[in-house]
Design a protein around this ligand. Structure first.
Ligand SMILES: [Zn+2]
Length: 139
């Protein structure tokens, strides 16, 4: 749940310098490693991505406390809430479940197409150990 937090509204120096929108590198089922900031060195499951601010929301990480009004229309009671603020993409890394450390993803062609203009079958694997990326959860 994202409210209008001051931290999220303020443009960080890094964003001002880069000023570029980065496509989301994660998907549901991924574990994200935080490289810097308050939660440095911690991991958490990927929640959602803010494409405009390049922020990765990680479950239970980078929490802020907010006092929130009741909203009966969405069945929310008033009170003190711990909410996730995003972590900038550039301070996150994909976390490998096999080698238990931050890593990166690499494409691996599983089946080369007979017709060279056709698309190859590709899976994403860990750059270090070659473990396959876990498939997203189906609901
Ligand atoms: Zn790995």
């Amino acid at each position: 749940m994202a409210l209008n937090s001051r931290a999220a509204r303020l443009k960080s120096k890094r964003e001002a310098v880069l000023g570029k929108r980065v496509p989301c590198p994660y998907r549901e089922g991924d574990v994200v490693f935080i490289l810097s900031g308050h939660d440095r060195g911690k991991t958490g499951p990927f929640q959602r991505y803010d494409r405009k601010k390049n922020l990765v929301f990680i479950e239970g990480r980078k929490l802020i406390e907010r006092y929130v009004k009741a909203r009966p229309d969405i069945q929310r009671e008033a009170g003190r809430y711990k909410l996730e603020t995003g972590v900038h993409v550039s301070s996150t890394a994909w976390y490998c479940h096999e080698c238990s450390r931050p890593s990166a993803l690499r494409r691996r062609v599983t089946k080369a197409p007979e017709d060279p203009s056709a698309r190859a079958d590709v899976t994403w694997v860990c750059r270090r150990c070659g473990a396959e990326r876990p498939s997203p959860k189906r609901k």
